[in-house]
Design a protein around this ligand. Structure first.
Ligand code: NAD
Ligand code: WQD
Length: 338
């Protein structure tokens, strides 16, 4: 069965392509290489033995998308990762984010609504919950006003999909990811942050590698176990597998609603200092860090209630924080040794 993966050369997309191939799906990747490289295709092939079909298409180009769907008429499912994802950049350049994340989605859905039936998985984010009132966060927690244009594109994207699904043959699952980290165990694919990483784990691995002098821990006066912020860090391969089971549910028509939403996290919260300690343990290295002021927009804590995703999809995370951090560290060593 042919599955389109947009943004399939990116961090989460590439791991998902591998898991789809392992389950026998015929994958075609669309990516404009704005935040990835063609080398990732080789990494995918090295793991699975299959080079997926690849089309260098910018999803903001409506006629290019039309041409793509005229050439690939037998697509039964789409996993839509392609988007820009840097929160800070989205605040500085909101239109870049509204254009890239929303026009791409609209043009894609315009093609898909022509089909009598199609399954659609959307990369949403726990950011839609803002600072939720209760932990762990269930899918029923209210959506809060977005802190950034990036976050807003995820909220609006969810709404667009709900509206279009009502009047088309599109069945959709919105996956709200918590904090994806780590790399494939083969060490052939992983995260490739461009410039100074904004996210905690790539910043830690680059610091341990000596690329960054020290990690700044953004605040230790939060109301948490040790004063630092708490997040739910999920191994990217676990997250990739969640996409495959979600897609299967739609393809088999096992979904109960035209649009379903699931949290994808481990269910376990870890503070920044806990992550640092776990990293030091697995890498057997001391990590230089200092406590600095809070980062604007950071919430105190977020971790997932995973009951629904387990009950309906039979999925739960299998990898520990230590395993995830070790894989990120091994990956960092590989990309720096080139
Ligand atoms: P990524 O940047 O590694 O991957 C995105 C891919 O999409 C890249 O390969 C990029 O080149 C491609 N792309 C971007 N715009 C495109 C366009 N207009 N046309 C074609 N290709 C385009 O990001 P990721 O971490 O793999 O994230 C994947 C998705 O998951 C995104 O939608 C992101 O918002 C969402 N998400 C990510 C996180 C996270 O922390 N990484 C958390 C929650 C949600
Ligand atoms: C994690 C924790 C920081 C860097 C972001 C997006 C969100 C989602 C996931 C896509 C926080 C602390 C970080 C550093 C630090 N992405 N930290 N020093 O903030 O949970 O979420 O990525 O949808 O939308 O906002 O992830 O990795 O940036 O931070 O102390 O140098 O690490 O304060 O507590 P976050 P993160």
């Amino acid at each position: 069965m042919k599955i389109l993966v947009t943004g399939g050369l990116g961090f989460i997309g590439s791991h998902t392509v591998v898991e789809l191939q392992a389950q026998g799906y015929d994958v075609v990747v669309v990516d404009n290489l704005s935040n990835s490289t063609l080398e990732v295709l080789q990494g995918i092939e090295a793991i699975s033995g299959i080079k997926p079909a690849f089309e260098n298409v910018d999803l903001r180009d409506k006629s290019a998308i039309q041409r793509f769907f005229s050439a690939y008429t037998d697509i039964k499912g789409v996993i839509h990762f392609a988007a820009s994802k840097a929160v800070g950049e989205s605040i500085e350049n909101p239109l870049l984010y509204y254009e890239n994340n929303l026009s791409s989605l609209i043009y894609l859905l315009q093609q898909l609504q022509e089909k009598s039936e199609v399954s659609f998985i959307f990369s949403s984010s726990c950011t839609v919950y803002g600072q939720a009132e209760y932990m762990p966060i269930t899918e029923n927690a209210p959506i809060q006003e977005a802190f950034s244009p990036y976050g807003n594109t995820k909220q609006i994207g969810e709404e667009i999909i709900r509206d279009v699904a009502k009047v088309s043959g599109i069945n959709a699952i919105l996956l709200r990811y918590f904090n994806p980290i780590g790399a494939h165990e083969s060490n052939m694919i992983g995260e490739l942050p461009i410039g100074i990483p904004q996210n905690l784990v790539p910043f830690i691995t680059q610091t341990a590698m000596g690329i960054r002098q020290q990690l700044s821990v953004f605040g230790n006066d939060y109301d948490t176990v040790d004063g630092t912020c708490v997040r739910d860090y999920i191994h990217v391969v676990d997250l990739a597998q969640a996409h495959v089971v979600a897609l299967k549910r739609l393809l088999e028509g096992a979904n109960e609603d035209k649009v379903e939403v699931y949290n994808v996290g481990t269910g376990k919260g870890s503070s920044v200092l806990e992550v640092i300690n776990a990293f030091e343990k697995v890498s057997q290295q001391k990590l230089p860090y200092q406590i600095v002021a809070r980062r604007e927009g950071d919430i105190t804590e977020a971790f997932a209630n995973t009951d629904k995703v387990y009950e309906k999809l039979g999925w739960k995370a299998s990898k520990t924080l230590e395993e995830s951090l070790l894989s990120a560290w091994i990956w960092e060593n590989k990309i720096r040794s080139k």
